[in-house]
Write a protein that binds this ligand. Structure first.
Ligand SMILES: C=C(O[C@@H]1C=C(C(=O)O)C=C[C@H]1O)C(=O)O
Length: 338
């Protein structure tokens, strides 16, 4: 395959826009993908780009997370997996219906996604999102839906030798549907998966959290293509009030929010990135396009207050209603530090 010469490009980061801004942003430049978060009562817009459309419980912000491309894109559909790719990045999305989103189907979806990444030659994953309806509900066998999802994902990744190699990820609820997934992969650079010294790597969680541990890194550092010395992007996973492997501050949403943001601060700070061989430092003030998932409507004002104090005043923050992977977690935060 011919490749254009590698040229420096800006750090990869999304924009949070109004939910119908899909085509407007395309006029501004090429787009890799759009993840759209809508009130469950809103009609899903016609999606021109790959990406998830996630129905959420009211009241929720409605936003489009637009991932601009670094150059012209080509798009396609492979057996229901939608994708768009530039020379350097591939954005894919896939969906399982509510009636077929058990461990077996999740495993099959992951295998198909990896086959596509190999075929299109984007070997390095940068970011993954999964939204699961009824994430804390029980399946027919009595297992929690999230834990069942983890089994399917883990079995597929084990075959691929990827149990501890997955990038920044979010697995969180949705108000309807089955599973919505999107991911970003790259080639030509080596993304660095980053762990948090205050948290046990998720793939080492003890079995009391499920038969198969979750597979993700706390963050992924993406160097700039063609310019590794420049500041890249830190894609921060969905981060909650977990220290070691335990939930902290059960029942106290403000303390959970502070702890989650404290985890992000430590994760992207100079010492931690330095330990991972990354010579750049970030803080909460560098967090762009943050998404804050809040389990209960009545907690929204408190969460907004804590975030307003700790997140950059000029950055757009979306507050999204969603259930979280553990029933005792009330809030989760993600974003991209640049
Ligand atoms: C909040 C946590 O995990 C959540 C679940 C994830 C997964 O299963 O891949 C990834 C990030 C979070 O959305 C955590 O374990 O700290």
């Amino acid at each position: 395959m011919t490749r254009s010469p590698v040229q420096p490009v800006g750090a990869l980061a999304p924009l949070l826009l109004a939910p119908d801004s899909d085509s407007a942003s395309a006029e501004d430049g090429p787009v890799l993908g759009v993840n759209r978060y809508l009130d469950v009562a809103s009609a899903p817009a016609d999606a021109t780009h790959p990406g998830m459309t996630v129905p959420l419980a009211a009241p929720t912000d409605e936003v489009a997370e637009v991932w601009p491309a670094d150059g012209p894109v080509r798009s396609g559909d492979h057996g229901g997996i939608r994708y768009a790719h530039s020379d350097r990045f591939l954005f894919c999305s896939a969906r399982l219906p509510g009636s077929g989103s058990g461990a077996r189907e999740v495993g099959r979806m992951y295998r198909e996604l990896f086959a596509l990444l190999a075929r299109l030659d984007y070997p390095r994953l940068v970011r993954v999102w999964n939204h699961i309806a009824g994430i804390n509900d029980r399946t027919g066998t009595g297992e929690e839906t999230y834990r069942d999802f983890c089994v399917g994902r883990s079995l597929a990744l084990e075959e691929l030798g990827m149990l501890s190699d997955m990038p920044a990820t979010t697995v969180i609820g949705a108000a309807a549907g089955g599973v919505e997934l999107s991911l970003i992969a790259t080639r030509g650079v080596d993304p660095v998966n980053v762990e948090n010294p205050r948290q046990v790597p998720a793939y080492h969680y003890p079995s009391r959290y499920g038969r198969r541990a979750p597979n993700f890194a706390r963050a992924t550092y993406l160097p700039r293509h063609g310019d590794p010395a420049a500041r890249g992007s830190v894609l921060v996973s969905g981060t909650a009030s977990i220290i070691g492997h335990e939930t902290r501050h059960v029942g106290d949403v403000r303390a959970q929010c502070r702890t989650a943001l404290g985890n992000v601060e430590l994760l992207v700070g100079p010492e931690n990135l330095g330990r991972h061989g990354v010579d750049h430092a970030y803080g909460l003030a560098d967090l762009r396009a943050a998404k804050v998932y809040v389990r209960h409507a009545e907690d929204l004002p408190a969460v907004r207050e804590v975030c307003a104090e700790l997140l950059p005043a000029d950055g757009r923050v979306a507050y999204l209603r969603a259930d979280i992977c553990r029933a005792d977690l009330l809030v989760e935060v993600e974003g991209v530090a640049t």
